[in-house]
Design a binder for this molecule. Structure first.
Ligand code: ADP
Length: 476
């Protein structure tokens, strides 16, 4: 049994903007259940968190955090959920805001959080053997753990969930944010800026990312967002471990947010669809397959490709629903599509977990033509709800979705290689052909039913990595 402390900026069921929260929510449970690890999790306490959780918090203590020449106060709270202990750090200035990201001082907010995490180790009754940080918001915590050694022999792991977001700030804030000698600047700096993600890549004992393909891709300038020299340098310590999902949580046979529970029967999936479309005011067409997108509306998700070809694809006998929020360009585009095709398309421009589950349960196809995708959880959730993913072959999408092959009968979805709109259109048309061919369609659904991505194997891989860092036990 090892003591592992997760540090992250979001975690289900407390606060979520994307897949990071799902991973930080479900991996500790899997590490406890399958591998008997003692995992705890430390998070910021956002105003945005539901009262349901705030009411359960137990106050532990308050302490000062030194940021350069300034002092900020932190308050530490805890709660236990599903046998995992969670710690929350609050601060009256940084986290009492609407939403969780998107402020001009996000860098400063998470530099503060990182300092507070390291300081909190003096006050909690728990000695982590491994500090496991997730994404740029925790990069400085990993760096400080290495520089300050707050717990004797504590090792560090840093997981890249998305290299695009790095937490970059002007270097001249160094003396305002850190009480460290200038010799530490080079470890935190990249390209003339203070870079939180790079700081972790420099300081972590091991680096992981969320799929083997993405681990390869980020050593290449096309995908590395400028950090490939750093990753090539640390290539021996970089491992890709595919994410799993909580298969009890995302389970159509017990999910309370869908209209009708089912195991694999298409008829019940159809009833979910009828109910959903009635609710959102899109007329239901018995023979037209339903294609859906559920995502943050950002360029990464391949939405420019969709923009090029959706009008043409909507000429086919299909229906289309998008659920998402994000960049105005895409929100406007999808609202316009829904306006121009009132019988065929709908745009739900909101973030709504219940609606997302109803859509996974109702759809025939789930579309995810990402430009890059570190792992992607949505395609795995789609498989759980017996919805066929259509993806671009990149990162975790390439590692989890295998294109249907009529000759061998293998494959659990559809895919295309090049980031090209007409390749997407071709694969969409092909998916429709298979849908309209009952024997091929049945074979594909059989394969989808068999695809499972639970955490079991990946949890084991993480433990192997943790143990590679810890001193070997001496028996006898
Ligand atoms: P990313 O982490 O890049 O956003 P992932 O595929 O790893 O992408 O995870 C996205 C998660 O967020 C999935 O659980 C997906 O269902 C959920 N999600 C995305 N957009 C919405 C939305 N508008 N409403 C509800 N859930 C959403």
């Amino acid at each position: 049994m090892n003591n592992i402390l997760f540090v992250a900026s979001e975690c289900t069921p407390f606060i979520k903007t994307g897949g990071l929260a799902d991973v930080v929510g479900s991996l500790p449970q899997a590490l406890r259940q399958y591998e008997k690890q003692e995992v705890r999790v430390i998070l910021p306490l956002y105003d945005e968190m539901d009262e349901e959780w705030k009411d359960q918090l137990e106050y532990l203590c308050s302490f000062d955090v030194q940021l350069g020449w300034r002092t900020q106060e932190a308050h530490l709270f805890t709660l236990t959920y599903n046998k995992i202990i969670y710690y929350f750090i609050s601060n009256d200035y940084y986290f009492t805001r609407k939403g969780i990201y998107g402020y001009y001082d996000d860098g400063e907010r998470f530099v503060f959080f990182s300092h507070a995490v390291i300081e909190s180790l003096k006050y909690i009754d728990y000695k982590p053997q491994v500090l496991h940080g997730h994404d740029w918001q925790t990069g400085i915590a990993i760096a400080l753990a290495n520089i300050l050694q707050p717990v004797e022999n504590m090792k560090t792991i840093f997981t890249i969930h998305n290299i695009k977001y790095q937490g970059v700030m002007p270097l001249d804030i160094y003396e305002d944010f850190f009480r460290l000698g200038r010799e530490h600047i080079s470890g935190l700096e990249w390209d003339g800026m203070l870079n939180c993600l790079k700081s972790a890549l420099f300081h972590a004992d091991k680096i992981t990312t969320v799929s083997p393909s993405y681990a390869d891709e980020i050593k290449d300038p096309y995908y590395s967002e400028g950090l490939h020299p750093m990753l090539l340098n640390r290539a021996d310590d970089l491992v890709g471990v595919i994410n799993g999902i909580d298969t009890r949580e995302y389970n159509p046979s017990s999910d309370p947010s869908i209209f009708m529970n089912y195991r694999s029967a298409r008829s019940k999936k159809r009833e979910n669809r009828m109910h959903l479309q009635q609710q959102i005011g899109l007329s239901y067409k018995e023979d037209s397959p339903l294609y859906v997108i559920i995502t943050r509306l950002v360029e990464q998700k391949g939405l420019h490709l969709v923009q090029h070809i959706l009008d043409e694809f909507l000429n086919q006998d299909i229906q289309f629903i998008v659920l998402g929020t994000g960049e105005k360009e895409f929100e406007g585009y999808f609202a316009d599509i829904a306006y121009r095709y009132p019988e065929k398309a709908a745009a739900l421009l909101t973030f709504d977990e219940g609606l997302a589950r109803q859509l996974y349960a109702s759809a025939d196809f789930f579309l995810m033509p990402s430009k890059f995708e570190p792992c992607g959880l949505s395609q795995l959730i789609a498989l759980q709800y017996k919805t066929v993913p259509i993806v671009r072959e990149t990162g975790g999408l390439k590692d989890t979705i295998h294109p249907y092959n009529e000759l061998t009968g293998d494959g659990n979805g559809f895919s295309f290689t090049n980031y090209n709109a007409h390749d997407l259109l071709n694969v969409l048309n092909y998916s429709l052909e298979i849908f309209n061919n009952p024997s091929e369609w049945q074979q594909l659904l059989k394969n989808v039913n068999k695809s499972q991505f639970s955490w079991k194997d990946s949890a084991h891989q993480y433990v192997t990595i943790y143990e590679s860092l810890l001193p070997e036990l001496v028996y006898g």
